[in-house]
Design a protein around this ligand. Structure first.
Ligand code: CA
Ligand code: CA
Ligand code: CA
Ligand code: CA
Length: 238
């Protein structure tokens, strides 16, 4: 095998591994109050708040997924730890909900503990959940697990929390300049792919939804890309 072919295959493998780098898995929630120019595709939720709040205090921006490490990241111009204080009231963040078989029913909740920077994975049923009854907020349900409710599946898993990240640091084309990011290693909780995730805050000003693809589908894309590389190489050498 000559040196050129080796470097070509290494290049192809690198292309394949790029597919496994974190991808934006945000899906549009169907509600749009745009300001600062509508984006498209997975970017529709950036610079948009579902209740039309234009001050950028509540901009949930994206869920990203790394199929290699099974890390789900939640990104927003919203302080996930402390919430947002306006006057005398503080609007706090909710919990992250997972719908594993994508049937519209959430069976797991991720409850974040910022004191220890760990999360608990809970198994939940509808009666465990705090729901919005206001018709303008119903679309954002569920919001939170009721205090002391839910069944612990696995607890005390470390997560990463970063704040004050610039547009450059956060990447993915997100804009606004003051991004917060939570990285959750879901592999440690036995969750590796094909689920829906959802997050909102106490006021439901904004809602963010993820659709994480099957692990097999992502690796198939990687294999297809490598095959295409090899075919194009073969064609060139013929
Ligand atoms: Ca929206
Ligand atoms: Ca938003
Ligand atoms: Ca479900
Ligand atoms: Ca933004």
């Amino acid at each position: 095998m000559n040196k050129l072919l080796v470097s070509f295959i290494v290049g192809c493998l690198a292309t394949g591994s790029l597919v496994a780098a974190p991808i934006n898995v945000t899906v549009f929630d169907g509600v749009m109050h745009t300001h600062g120019g509508a984006q498209s595709g997975t970017m529709l939720e950036d610079q948009e708040a579902d209740k039309g709040s234009f001050n950028q205090l509540f901009d949930l921006e994206a869920f990203t997924w790394d199929s290699k490490t099974s890390v789900l990241s939640l990104i927003g111009e919203f302080d996930f730890q402390n919430g947002v204080t306006e006057g005398l009231s503080t609007i706090r963040g909710g919990d992250i909900f997972l719908d594993l078989n994508v049937d519209g029913i959430f069976e797991h909740a991720i409850v974040l503990d910022f004191d220890n920077i760990t999360y608990d994975l809970l198994s939940v049923t509808e009666s465990d959940l705090e729901l919005f009854t206001d018709i303008y907020r119903e679309f954002a349900n569920p919001f939170k697990v009721k205090e002391g409710q839910g069944t612990l599946v696995i607890g005390g898993i470390d997560f990463d929390f970063q704040q004050n990240l610039s547009d450059e640091e956060i990447g993915f084309g997100l804009i606004g300049g003051n991004h917060y990011k939570i990285d959750l290693d879901l592999g440690s909780a036995g969750i590796t792919g094909s689920f829906k995730a959802q997050y909102t805050m106490q006021c439901a000003n904004d809602l963010i939804i993820a659709q994480v693809p099957e692990p097999a589908l992502l690796s198939m894309i990687g294999v297809s890309l490598i095959s295409l590389c090899l075919i194009s190489r073969r064609k060139k050498t013929n």
